[in-house]
Design a binder for this molecule. Structure first.
Ligand code: UD1
Length: 422
């Protein structure tokens, strides 16, 4: 057994170019959706991340033939079987629950471990189940397993009380082979939903309205194999934007992005005084002076992403004045704040809001990542902090940032990964 940590020194201005990988949150549902098809699927631009490895292991557990070469993954689900994954494996990634919709669509039933809460909130799946039930499924919960059964799902109109990303995706997956049309009202509009719909349509599905708040899935009889490229990771791109903004004097070019997907982050950085230039697939961040703090409120897309909240808080720790961060998507997403305060930040939490009072400087010390984006926030803070920062529990960061050390070294950061035997 071993643990790994990062040692990061205060950074000189970041410069050069960083290439963004494929989106984790698009790759996971696309790979889950491959279970719907018995033909061969080739997925391009798949990021090398531990969360993706877990999804590939789960597909292999069902009997899929899975191969990876660089960023290309091939999945052949020709002879998969309807099995129940172990809770210990499924609980590693929340997105494992998306396999419920895919198995239900393909086999008419499934038994999945009921996901528990996690480091950022309770994260129930009631909206996913409400959708399956409205489509005619019987649902029971026994000994921690959700049994869902519907020999033939039927199309129906489903209203989501909250535009949940996962529920929208799961219902889309289940509806692909349903009889008739399924309408998902007040659904999520995230770019990852659009990517999933485009992938399913490329296999021969008929989904309309992805990217709007109402999606219609017209049931089809079969799907066939295809090749599909995953969209760039907007959260990874946004994280590098905030890192460049945090280190005064940086001039960083972020390539392989869709600037439109980062509109709220760009607006908020503009409010702080950071200059952003966008091109067709690139964003340049020019942070000539310090930043002026502002307020942010997380919201479903196209609002400010909850997955960028922690990194933005880190940026504001040394900004001028105060800023309020309101988290409206998850109920427990400020776990990392005490770690930033140990580095000298002045952040006070009041319920689902945090008040950040800018301080003159942070100083490096030993801190721990409490979840994926919290880890990214600590890396952002470490770039600004005097001396060296030691970040523990970096397996959280490995879930969502491909080649973080290599990419950061490429833009001038002094970072190393230390392995310690336990
Ligand atoms: C996805 C993303 C995650 C991101 C989140 C919000 C993936 C793999 N993960 O997570 O990175 O932070 O969207 O943008 O794509 N909720 C319910 N009942 C449900 C489902 C959700 O109450 O049945 C609540 C959740 O507890 C949470 C909120 O809705 O408070 C948003 O959750 P949701 O949009 O479903 O997020 P995920 O799909 O889990």
């Amino acid at each position: 057994m071993y643990t790994e940590k990062y040692l990061i020194k205060k950074a000189a201005p970041l410069s050069g170019t960083v290439e963004i990988s494929g989106s984790k949150n698009a790759a996971l549902p696309v790979l889950a959706a491959s279970l719907l098809c018995s033909g061969k699927i080739t997925v391009l631009n798949v990021p090398k991340l531990s969360d993706v490895d877990v999804m590939l292991d789960l597909l292999a557990y069902f009997g899929a033939d899975v191969k990876r070469s660089a960023d290309t993954v091939t999945v052949d689900c020709g002879s998969v079987q309807n099995r129940t994954p172990e809770y210990e494996t499924a609980k590693k990634i929340r997105a494992s629950f998306l396999l419920a919709g895919a198995l239900l669509g393909r086999f008419g039933s499934c038994s999945m471990p009921m996901p528990g809460g996690c480091g950022i909130g309770l994260r129930p799946v009631d909206l996913h189940l409400k959708g399956f039930s409205a489509m005619g499924a019987d649902i029971t919960l026994e000994h921690g397993l959700v049994h869902i059964s519907a020999p033939r799902l039927h199309g129906v109109s489903i209203y989501l009380d909250f535009p949940s990303v996962g529920a929208t995706e799961n219902i889309m997956l289940a509806a692909v082979y349903a009889k008739g049309d399924t309408c998902i009202c007040n659904c999520a509009t995230e770019p990852e939903i659009v990517d999933l719909a485009a992938f399913i349509n490329k296999m021969g599905g008929k989904i309309e309205g992805a990217g709007t708040d109402s999606i219609t899935v017209h049931g089809v009889g079969s799907l066939s194999g295809c090749s599909y490229g995953i969209l760039p990771d907007r959260i990874e791109a946004g994280t590098y934007m905030l890192m460049a903004a945090a280190v005064s004097g940086s001039d960083l070019c972020i390539k392989n992005v869709v600037p439109q997907h980062l509109a709220p982050v760009i607006h908020k950085l503009n409010e702080t005084g950071i200059k952003i230039i966008t091109g067709e697939d690139l964003i340049r961040v020019d942070s000539c002076g310090g930043i002026k703090n502002t307020d942010i409120k997380t919201l479903p897309y196209p609002g400010f992403p909850t997955d960028m909240q922690a990194q933005f808080m880190a940026l504001m720790t040394t900004g001028k004045g105060s800023g309020i961060v309101r988290e409206t998507v998850f109920e427990n997403r400020f776990m990392y704040v005490s770690e930033l305060n140990r580095m000298g930040a002045d952040i006070k939490i009041d319920g689902r809001s945090a008040v950040v009072n800018g301080v003159s400087h942070l100083s490096g010390t030993a801190v721990k990542a409490t979840d994926l984006r919290a880890g990214a926030a600590l890396v952002t803070a470490a770039l600004m902090a005097e001396g060296t920062t030691e970040i523990g529990e970096i397996h959280h960061i490995d879930r969502g940032y491909e080649n973080l050390e290599e990419k950061l070294r490429g833009i001038g950061v002094d970072i190393c990964r230390i392995r310690e035997e336990q």
